[in-house]
Design a protein around this ligand. Sequence first.
Ligand code: ACO
Length: 306
Amino acid sequence: MGAHVRGVGTALPERVVTNDDLAATMDTSDDWIRERTGIRERRVGGTTGQLAIEAGAKALADAGVDPAEVDLLVLSTTTPDQRTPATSAAVHAGLGLRCGAFDVNAACAGFTYAWVAANGMMELPHGPRRVLVIGADALSTITDWTDRSTAILFADAAGAVVLEHRPEPNLLGWDLGADGSLVPILYCDHGDTLKMEGREVFKRAVRAVVASVENALERAGLTPDDIDVLLPHQANIRIIEAVCSRLGIPADKTVNVIETTGNTSSATIPLCIDAARSAGVLHEGRIVCMTGFGAGMTWATTVVRW
Ligand code: ACO
């Protein structure tokens, strides 16, 4: 069987924060941020739950699926609104769902982890037939807005897909990984803000993503040349360029949103799915590779026949 995308929805806060806005309050510049990260502006505002409900409702409307027809909600977030319950509980109520719901926290790899979990659960006896998978993060709530090494990167958004069980298999390969010894290079304690060793994260991210894509492709019996569309986590355009260059994937096969969204963690891959669909590159039968990495460190890749 396969978990096929039937609908997509996104949510971005209204407030735009430009690089010049940041340069007005800290020692940085539009030139530096654009050149070193690829980010021009980002959206800030709202809670994880609010953004997730908006994106989820749009995905359901796009799919033409009634909330009562959803069999499972999986919400990926690094920034839950409360310590307990899971943010998926509030989103469940906000969307009027009647199914099971749980959160996944695998940082920026979370949406891809959630996709693989949803696909796997569909294969269980009596497994869900329609799963709403949402990636939502309000990273601005855990960002130190006086720290130029992190404030230039992080922002808020949500993206959602309705996955539907169909007989044709479409998850050709996948890879989920973690290295908990790397917690100290990127973490956020309760009540505190994100702490990051940027250069180290950069280096490790490139290595982890390249290896993860290679593993997923090998399981699929494919090579990088077979990828039609690459939807990578949006943390830094230079990470994406380095990954493409090492894998030999032409840069024009990627769909990126980072320039106007910044790093929105769990939301970045569904934002890219939406952008890829708008750009008309997600034709049926195409080989689409989604790959993310994040705090933990965690990494996750799926190779899907669209
Ligand atoms: N504006 C101007 N100068 C800056 C800024 C800034 N915002 N930030 C750093 N600098 C300076 C540094 O002080 C340093 O100056 P020096 O040479 O005089 O010491 C110089 O610029 C270079 O600093 P680096 O840290 O080496 O800059 P780098 O090119 O590595 O860019 C960045 C920093 C953007 C943080 C990069 O390392 C990066 O993107 N790392 C990966 C981050 C990432 O992916 N995080 C998300 C993980 S996913 C998740 O789970 C949330």
